[in-house]
Design a protein around this ligand. Structure first.
Ligand code: SF4
Ligand code: SF4
Length: 260
């Protein structure tokens, strides 16, 4: 029998604090026009060979990334537009309501469900209090299936935009001369262009003709804080960029692990 998970939001507001909110191109434009800050989190997946079509996880990664290379190493770049803030979201009001409720990003609408189809929802990894998952609450999930049709539709939309926006995000990187990424699963290189420059690049990317989809920064530098990783990357001909190349306020490296 499928596992059933029950949930109802208590409106505690915890999920509106200290966030890294992935945004579509359209959502990033709205967020910037509202005066918010948007950054680009970049990671590079080594892609020496094309995986088989039945490798669904690899196909998922391929769909949300664009091809490039780092020196002699073929890679795929995942460049994610992210609204990042410490403390309360700029849209959070004192009564824990959202002042941008009608135009809030899909990530906000989806929480605590997972947008990534390969990640199972684990209540312990979520910010929602224990009472939100009580046995008296409505059914939220049956097995891996979201019970609410509207929420399921929003999740599907979020996944679709993640793929549809790939070329636009590549054009934004090209327009802003962004071409440094972290090795995937080791961290992110976070680029923080000015709001004005990013808004212009986003608007241009959305208006570009399909032929402009080829305007990508093809050559990327890779950052890692691990000696062993840098050595391997060097041996296979990748272009390794030192962490010290970070530019305060414009580019930083966020590692997942301590340096070795
Ligand atoms: S946009 Fe609204 S729902 Fe989303 S984090 Fe901010 S306050 Fe919360
Ligand atoms: S953390 Fe969970 S319960 Fe609290 S407001 Fe967010 S979704 Fe609702």
């Amino acid at each position: 029998m499928s596992h059933t998970l029950r949930f109802a939001c208590t409106q505690c507001g915890k999920c509106c604090h200290d966030l890294r909110l992935p945004l579509s191109v359209d959502e990033a434009i709205v967020w910037l026009r509202d005066g918010g800050e948007v950054k680009l989190f970049c990671e590079a997946i080594p892609w020496p060979d094309e995986p088989p079509q039945n490798n669904l996880q690899a196909m998922h990664k391929k769909g949300r990334s664009f091809p490039a290379h780092s020196g002699e190493l073929p890679v795929r770049i995942v460049a994610t537009l992210v609204a990042a803030f410490d403390g309360p979201c700029p849209h959070l009001q004192a009564d824990m309501r959202c002042d941008a409720y009608e135009r809030r990003p899909r990530t906000c609408r989806i929480y605590p469900a997972e947008a990534n189809p390969f990640i199972a929802l684990n209540p312990e990894g979520k910010l929602c209090p224990p009472e939100a998952w009580g046995a008296d609450k409505p059914v939220f999930l049956v097995g891996a299936t979201v019970a609410d049709a509207g929420l399921a539709h929003t999740i599907a939309q979020s996944r679709a935009w993640d793929v549809k926006d790939v070329d636009a995000r590549a054009r934004v990187c090209a327009a802003l001369a962004i071409s440094t990424a972290a090795l995937a699963n080791e961290g992110y290189v976070i680029h923080s262009p000015s709001g004005k420059a990013l808004l212009e690049a986003l608007n241009a990317s959305r208006e570009a003709s399909p032929a402009a989809g080829e305007a990508r920064p093809m050559e990327w530098g890779l950052v890692s804080n691990r000696t062993a990783t840098r050595t391997v990357l060097g041996e296979i001909g990748a272009r390794v960029v030192p962490e010290s190349a970070a530019i305060p306020g414009a580019m930083e490296y966020l590692p997942f692990h301590a340096a070795d």
